[in-house]
Design a protein around this ligand. Sequence first.
Ligand code: FES
Length: 203
Amino acid sequence: MPDTTADASVDNSRRNWIAITCGAGAVGGVAVAVPFVSSLAPSERARAAGAPVQVDIGAIQPGEKLTVEWRGKPVWIVRRTPEQLAALPKVDALLADPNSQRKPDELTPEYARNEHRSIKPEVLVAVGICSHLGCSPSDKFQPGAQPSLPDDWAGGFLCPCHGSTFDMAGRVYKNKPAPDNLEVPPHMYLSDTRLLIGEDKKA
Ligand code: FES
């Protein structure tokens, strides 16, 4: 199981995104790590709300996604397959912001402003909240024709609320309600398999 430090914005915000996700039938991935900190004192909860979260990503297999909570938001960690990585440049022309140039300070840290939007090419780290009205998109990793998606679907995410689609790097497709790519949160590797979400500089 991943080892996460407590994050507590927990109560309301966590319930909100879990409710949205469940309502959309979109729970996916290998596990959902939700730290429970309701037993903490209010001051401890407030401190934990902004704390970075440590995650062991060693057990995530290619093609799988792990969801952890950071600041009350779902953060996805996806270990992409070689095929999923190879598909990324092929959809550039269909995307609204293929080079992550919009709101870079908010959405894409400098170390993720590349084709795969990540530090390690295979590991995507992204906040799973649609940039339209805040629903949590569903995993649609399987390429090819399927309901609500184009016949040449390359794999990615579908927001069930109003149909926005994102590729396997969280980049939004053109002409969709969502204006922007999914946010890549600040993060860094503490070791090959240990990720820190919420901080990207060594103290
Ligand atoms: S909230 Fe995602 S498309 Fe509207």
